[in-house]
Design a protein around this ligand. Structure first.
Ligand code: ANZ
Ligand code: ZN
Length: 833
């Protein structure tokens, strides 16, 4: 018996209990079945789950349940990206230990997830801040150091460390992407460049393979592929030398070797070389210029529209082909860490050089003309390729030909060669923070005077974060927090046993999220990070869902790490993810991105308490296509609840008596037949919509079907009640991925004995889904026995097959031999026996 009123709280608690007790979502129940791995980006456990998260996880949940109903062994895990800055910054403010806060937040979020009915296998749960997890980060570090993929370098980094208007700086290195307008995205403090030692992964060793493999990811969004391609940034060009009296030649990188005769100046980056190159007269000015440029962060210097500052060094270089004397300048737009840190200035053909030449009154020399003979406008650079002019023996040749011939000439003279430059840099991963994975390194003045760092032996792992007195250690001032814990810092050297010091830096949390997808598959394995026997069965991830903001860094690190794991024999795939879906942003009712910051976040618990999980789920999916942004609307939430109530009332009105058998009615009425067709068409539409990730149209198709059922107001003709019951059953199956508690409750009232997740996804009868159909009278020896519907385009054989499928015709033909068939298109068939 279904209750009179739809009561989500009761039903939802009931089914959540059943799923838990029956371990409905436990991995490993279908050892023979093909696998399907659905992964959602693991959350950072901040205060509450808001609707942006809810939608992200819903997209995965729909597919997980849908694929389970298709018979797959579904992997659907969840875990916590538990290390990181926010918990530590909060600790600096209020003294609550990050571990404590993180644990509380996880409890809150997990409860919110359970209340939403997500189909996770919680046995797979991973928490990256636990030693059982991060010890493997340390293990990877050691292995990768042996492989030559980890090294220590000095580099210019973005340092978040200058308070602005009372902001609290993060006092750590941050990535370029976390800098906005020269400030830290997290805390709004000013970001400055700092020269300091850091640990780095040699990800650039994989630049080419990571680039090439993008071609084999047809199911990734085009814009993510483009973003990765651009980030890796392979640039094909040449390096050429401009001789300088009394110094090393200046080597420049150019992609336009064909414009070399148009070079009227050379520009070097503002660093020590510029100071060295400068003439004595110019040196003080150059030194001041370099100092000023260094005070600017890289982000500021290269921002589009940034003012082009420059200064003549007083030095001259020799043009490698023409022998001309070329002035050497220093300018802020030349980066010391791209290409060779120097460029040849060709103002006639490069916009930036043009602006520079205009500002400093440098000569402009045209050497490439459009190939079609058109004249290019005066007062602007011509940046396309074309035909060379005023370029000695290369004049008249195309840009492409000239490039290869010039490269050959220069290379024969030892003055240049073809070269490739990459935008991608190695991944600096050391952070000056407490709440992260300790780097397993020890410094011993005795064994390691140059401070390369001595690797901690594997058997000493994990190097656990020390217990701390939060207020004393997490101060947000001075040295890295771990340096303030003497009992932890002071160790014995693993080589000589003498007094030594631990590395006090911790790892970037992007390390944690680079391999968690594999750890989910064997979260308690303790021989290695993961077990090949298991990863072999379940990788790659079939579907990965997350925010587009992770399109570059996380997803590149993730791809890089997978290759390293393959080399280490831990997995047997090169690419971690087959299909990637990036979701749009959920905005608050005010149209701004939903966030604590704007006070417009709707916590999922508020919504679930008000309308129930199923209505909340329907709402977030119905609001729009996954990849599109949408704005919160209370009205639409109510609409979702009203829809479920309508279905509830319908199902209750026609619920079969307990134990009532399913009956097939002989001659269903035309209305019943039409409803049957509508139901099958809906199965088809919903199935195809889910396959396309068009969950909103899937739900609207179900809504239309429900309307069609309700439209039969007084079902009294043969087969109508039965068909309505059958349609309600179909509705329950189709609703399962979207409103699983609700769907299961109805299915149970209609006789289901196991959860719908364990049942098969409904299939449709192809003959029932054709739109353009005509009724055929079916006769046996001239006597009308039945009426069937056949597609208007059906052939005689197809109509015959449909007629023979009808029960009444089957019994009329039983024991008889059909001699002939009379076929009148669009009218009748007559069996002559
Ligand atoms: C001469 C030239 C002539 C250039 C011309 C372009 C057009 P991508 O494609 O991004 O790799 N460049 C080289 N190193 C640089 C550095 N460290 N900082 C700033 N700019 C640098 O761009 C390559 C081009 O960017 C190079 O080709 C160089 O300018 C400049 F008509 O050389 B070109
Ligand atoms: Zn030592």
């Amino acid at each position: 018996m279904m209750q009179e009123k739809y009561a989500p709280a009761e039903i939802e608690a009931k089914w959540q209990t059943i799923w838990a007790e029956q371990e409905t979502f436990r991995l490993g129940k279908r050892p023979e079945a093909p696998k399907w791995y659905v992964l959602e980006m693991l959350p950072y456990p901040s205060g509450a789950l808001h609707m942006g998260h809810v939608r992200n996880y819903m997209l995965g949940d729909v597919i997980a349940r849908y694929q389970k109903m298709h018979g797959f062994e579904v992997v659907h895990p969840m875990g916590w990206d538990a290390f990181g800055l926010p918990a530590e910054n909060a600790a600096i403010k209020d003294g609550v230990h990050p571990a404590k806060r993180t644990q509380e937040n996880i409890g809150t979020i997990k409860a919110a997830m359970l209340a939403l009915g997500y189909s996770y296998d919680w046995e797979l749960e991973v928490n990256t801040s636990e030693p059982a997890y991060y010890r493997w980060n340390q293990w990877f570090f050691l292995k990768m150091r042996e492989m030559g993929l980890v090294y220590r370098r000095f580099s210019r980094v973005n340092w978040c460390g200058e308070s602005v208007d009372g902001s609290h700086p993060c006092f750590t290195v941050i990535a370029n992407e976390q800098v906005a307008d020269g400030c830290c995205e997290r805390c709004d403090s000013r970001v400055v460049d700092r020269e300091m030692p850091e640990w780095a992964f040699r990800i650039t060793k994989y630049s080419q393979v990571l680039l090439d493999a993008l071609d084999d990811l047809p199911d990734w969004p085009e814009r993510i592929i483009a973003a990765q391609r651009n980030w890796i940034g392979r640039s094909d060009g040449a390096e050429i030398d401009f001789a300088v009296a009394g110094d090393e030649p200046i080597r420049v990188f150019t992609t336009r070797l064909d414009t070399i005769y148009g070079c009227t100046f050379v520009v070097v980056a503002p660093d020590s070389r510029a100071i060295r190159l400068a003439t004595d007269a110019q040196r003080p000015a150059v030194r001041a210029f370099v100092a000023a440029a260094e005070a600017q962060s890289k982000a500021e210097r290269t921002a589009e529209g940034a003012v082009k500052e420059g200064l003549f060094t007083g030095a001259y270089a020799v043009h490698p082909l023409s022998g001309a004397r070329i002035p050497v300048w220093v300018a802020n737009f030349v980066l010391s860490d791209y290409g060779t840190g120097a460029v040849m200035g060709v103002p006639a053909h490069d916009s930036r050089d043009f602006a520079f030449a205009a500002k400093f009154d440098l000569p402009i020399r045209r050497v490439v003309a459009p190939g079609d003979g058109s004249t290019e406008p005066e007062g602007a650079p011509y940046t396309e390729e074309g035909i060379l002019m005023d370029s000695q023996e290369y004049s008249g040749k195309t840009s492409a030909l000239a490039r290869s011939e010039i490269a050959a000439t220069l290379s024969a003279r030892g003055q240049g060669k073809l070269a490739v430059t990459w935008r991608q840099k190695d991944w600096g991963f050391s952070r000056q923070r407490y709440w992260g994975t300790p780097i397993p390194i020890v410094y011993c003045d005795h064994c390691d005077p140059s401070r390369e760092g001595i690797s901690v032996p594997y058997e000493d792992l994990p190097i656990k974060l020390p217990e701390i007195e939060t207020e004393k250690v997490l101060t947000g001032k001075g040295e890295p927090p771990l340096a303030k814990v003497p009992s932890w810092v002071d160790v014995k050297c693993p080589r000589c046993g003498g007094a030594a010091k631990r590395e006090v830096e911790t790892m970037d949390t992007f390390v944690d999220s680079s391999w968690y997808f594999a750890r989910y598959l064997c979260p308690t394995h303790d021989k290695a990070p993961v077990d090949l026997a298991v990863t072999k069965r379940f990788l790659p991830v079939d579907l990965y869902i997350g925010g587009p903001e992770h399109g570059v860094m996380h997803l590149l690190y993730f791809r890089f790490w997978t290759r390293v794991m393959h080399e280490l024999g831990l997995v047997n795939v090169d690419e971690p993810v087959r299909k990637l879906v990036t979701q749009g942003i959920v905005n608050g009712a005010d149209g701004r991105k939903m966030s604590k910051r704007w006070g417009n976040a709707v916590p999922s618990t508020d919504l679930v308490n008000r309308v129930g999980a199923d209505a909340a789920r329907i709402y977030v999916l119905f609001a729009g296509p996954p990849e599109r942004d949408f704005s919160w609307s209370d009205e639409q939430v109510e609409g979702a609840l009203r829809f479920l109530r309508r279905v509830w009332n319908l199902a209750r009105a026609f619920a079969p008596a307990e134990g009532a058998p399913v009956v097939d009615v002989d001659s269903p009425s035309a209305r019943a037949q039409e409803l049957r067709r509508t139901s099958h068409k809906t199965i088809k539409r919903v199935t195809e919509a889910i396959d396309r990730f068009s969950f909103n149209t899937a739900i609207s198709a179900i809504m239309e079907m429900v309307n069609a059922v309700i439209a039969i107001k007084d079902p009294h003709q043969p087969g109508e009640v039965e068909q309505i019951q059958s349609s309600v059953r179909i509705v329950s199956q189709l609703l399962l991925p979207f409103a699983p508690h609700f769907a299961n409750e109805i299915a149970q009232a209609y006789g289901a004995t196991v959860p719908l997740e364990e049942q098969a996804w409904p299939t449709f009868d192809p003959s029932l889904v054709v739109d353009d159909v005509v009724p055929y009278a079916v006769q046996v020896m001239g006597k009308l026995r039945a009426e069937v519907l056949a597609p208007r385009t059906a052939t005689e054989a197809e109509v015959r097959a449909i007629a023979e499928g009808d029960q009444k015709i089957q019994s009329a033909l039983r024991g008889k031999v059909v001699k002939r068939l009379v076929f009148v298109p669009h009218r009748l068939v007559n069996f002559v026996v």
